[in-house]
Design a binder for this molecule. Structure first.
Ligand code: ATP
Ligand code: MG
Length: 437
């Protein structure tokens, strides 16, 4: 992508409305543009990151055995009357009337719709277990949308829904998602701690929130420092191994971790003082096991092995995909801008031509650009070097290939790693090899 032809707008001034760093940087680096309160257009750079985050979420859902669908954003109020949630949901639900005076709504979540779809097809116990998910925009008319995409009104969520014949099977489905979440956040380069959570209006009795630690987070959190060190995502590899998943889950959840809503001061104080951690965090995922709440209310039932009707046990599993983009920046930035982890970077590298129009710098930059293809941004603008450095730092590409006339004459490129600031002089081939990882 040539910067001279790209729509990658950056802002010099810090927008006054942005109070936290991720929001400021998302606006300054041209990732999003607010179109109404809590509603954002995703500009090319932000959209690429959102797609990369979505793809990691998708791969880990698929790996855990869930299957992707796409349900609509607009739902009928009728379905929500069947579950009994329509009147109770309150002002967060955006309600709409169509031309035939039918009550519709912009979905804040999809338990009702998926239960309706599943009940139309499930004919016997043999059609279970199943886990279906989609990555789709949600709307919640938050009283106080703030912190940019972190608490928007329209936001992108991955939501999965599991259907099982027994409570034990449903708990296994819950643990599959639990480990899928640990793996997902690890691949995103985030440390997300699973914390016991309140089940809230979704209902049910088993629930965890996945919290990324950040000073600007909205939740107060208390946890065992053992979470800081360990790679829990790697402890389970076979999602069908029921005992292994259970023991892995018991091991992780035995460690103390809770948000203020569920905080148990006595249990926390029982930890040795040096292991007690208190702080703030951002909720990036939330999983629930709620049994037959929706299946019973909406008449989902299948003949069991003995022919008698069974009401499936369900769970639902959310990830805030668009919120994650903000959380990633909260966790990865410095004074100069964003520092994308390799796994979600919009482009792996920026190629900085320090002397546009110089035969040797132009030639090397073109060579790098051709070789890296869609994985690099080529800053071919007629701008001062300082402007190019500042923009590349702000937009946060993991690598900068800096091409000046002195090095170019000798076929040398200066390669800068954004995260560490480390710079090395290397050949074009070596630069390409490092950028490609
Ligand atoms: P919160 O407590 O932050 O309001 P929630 O508990 O209402 O969130 P869930 O119903 O658990 O949200 O939704 C699943 C995930 O969707 C959350 O873990 C969060 O990451 C994301 N999410 C929820 N509300 C928003 C929002 N207004 N903007 C962006 N992401 C959101
Ligand atoms: Mg939640």
């Amino acid at each position: 992508m040539r910067l001279s032809r790209a729509f990658l707008p950056t802002l010099k001034e810090t927008p006054a409305e942005a109070t936290i760093v991720s929001h400021r940087l998302m606006l300054r680096a041209g990732l999003v543009r607010q179109t109404s309160a809590g509603i954002y257009a995703w500009l090319p750079l932000g959209w690429r990151v959102l797609q990369r985050v979505s793809q990691i979420v998708r791969e880990e859902q698929d790996r855990a055995g869930a299957q992707e669908v796409l349900m609509p954003t607009i739902q009928s109020a009728e379905l929500w009357r069947q579950s009994g949630r329509y009147d109770g949901y309150g002002k967060e639900m955006l309600r709409l009337i169509d031309r035939h005076d039918r009550e519709m709504l912009y979905g804040p979540t999809n338990e009702e719709m998926i239960t309706d779809i599943f009940r139309s097809y499930a004919k016997s116990y043999r059609d279970l277990p199943r886990n279906l998910y989609h990555i789709q925009w949600k709307f919640r008319d938050e009283v106080r949308p703030r912190f940019g995409v972190m608490r928007g009104r329209e936001f992108l969520m991955k939501d999965a829904y599991s259907f099982d014949i027994t409570a034990e099977a449903a708990q296994h489905a819950y643990r599959q998602m639990f480990f899928a979440y640990l793996r997902t956040f690890q691949r995103l380069g985030l440390k997300a701690v699973p914390m016991r959570a309140d089940t809230g209006p979704i209902g049910g009795n088993l629930s965890h929130e996945f919290i990324v630690l950040a000073e600007t987070g909205e939740s107060a959190v208390f946890f065992d420092s053992a979470f800081e060190a360990s790679d829990w995502a790697g402890t389970v590899t076979d999602y069908d191994d029921i005992p292994a998943l259970k023991s892995g889950f018991d091991q992780v959840t035995a460690m103390y971790a809770a948000t203020d809503e569920m905080h148990d001061a006595a249990a926390f104080e029982a930890l040795p003082a040096e292991r007690r951690r208190e702080g703030r965090g951002i909720e990036v995922g939330h999983i629930f096991y709620f049994g037959t709440k929706y299946s019973a209310a909406m008449g989902l039932s299948v003949p069991g092995q003995d022919g008698k009707p069974v009401i499936p046990e369900m769970g639902s599993y959310g990830i805030g995909v668009s919120r994650l983009v903000g959380a990633l920046i909260e966790a990865n930035h410095d004074e100069a801008g964003i520092i994308w982890p390799d796994s979600v970077a919009p482009y792996a590298a920026a190629i900085l031509n320090l002397k546009q129009g110089d035969a040797s710098t132009d030639a090397i930059c073109e060579q790098l650009h051709t070789a890296l293809g869609d994985n690099a941004v080529y800053d071919d603008r007629s701008e001062r070097a300082g402007v190019k450095f500042a923009d590349a730092d702000l937009m946060g590409f993991p690598w900068q290939a800096i091409v000046g006339p002195r090095g170019a004459a000798n076929g040398v490129v200066e390669l800068k790693r954004r995260a560490t600031g480390e710079r090395v002089e290397v050949s074009v081939e070596e630069a390409l090899a490092r950028i490609r990882g």
